[in-house]
Ligand binder design. Sequence first.
Ligand code: AMP
Ligand code: FE
Ligand code: FE
Ligand code: ZN
Length: 278
Amino acid sequence: MEGIRGHERADLHLHTTYSDGALSPYELIKKAKTANLHIISITDHDNVNAIDDAIEIGKEFGVEVIPGVELSVNVGDKEAHILGYFVDYKHLAFLEHLSMFRRERLRRAERIVEKLNNLNVPLKLEDVLDRAGTASIGRPHIATALVEGGLAESYREVFSKYIGFGCPAYEKKYQLSPTEATQLVATAKGLSFLAHPGKYMTDGALLQLIKAGLDGVEVVHPSHSPENTSHYRGIVNEYFLLESGGSDFHGGKKNDDGVLGVFTIPVEWVENMRRRLF
Ligand code: AMP
Ligand code: FE
Ligand code: FE
Ligand code: ZN
């Protein structure tokens, strides 16, 4: 058994239609099974509403689903992401915080639409809301609404021209401080991991986040080179932290169709996390 177990793989970073992913939990888990994953975590932005069903669906497919969430924090004037794993997805105070973050996302979408309208881009808020449904609303929903409504050429163009950082219709998201985020995850009895540090993080900033209470770092991610991964594994070992990883798969709509089943970690890393829970 040991030998067989040794080949089992996990992907602890996945998105569904409950945030900016294109697939429902059912569709995602079916694909995860085909990609030979044994353990996954669904980590929707500011949302754990997929988890209850996903755990049941996972049982049907023989895929274990670890409850997860992805939170946004401010690091200087930049945004970083913190993954919470093994969170109690029924914890009331935790759920109230997530609802508040989603309400703030809605207000931000309203502000972005207003700015676009002032730039003579006649996007209607309803078109954005239709696309978001019950999901955590984000800029990808705005970009899709603009492209499908014939108001912009491409998804990329929307970001580079209007809503990307520093662009005229850019609006900041409500963000927690790193300590608030790790404390919120701890309140829900989960473990905090810094997501994809290679995307934006200096080592100095990473050390600040470690001090803010991280339990671990996402070392495997499509944005990381092999050198990034070994560099972050070095830091994890130095500070006695846990290591994680995954594909950050959003269902194929971000040209990310090739990542599922490729950016994976050994299930032993998940067992190491479980030993840290209490
Ligand atoms: P939000 O959570 O609303 O800030 O949206 C963040 C998401 O927007 C990211 O996960 C990316 O998928 C997407 N995004 C952000 N910046 C860009 C960009 N410059 N080009 C394309 N997509 C982007
Ligand atoms: Fe996302
Ligand atoms: Fe992220
Ligand atoms: Zn993500």
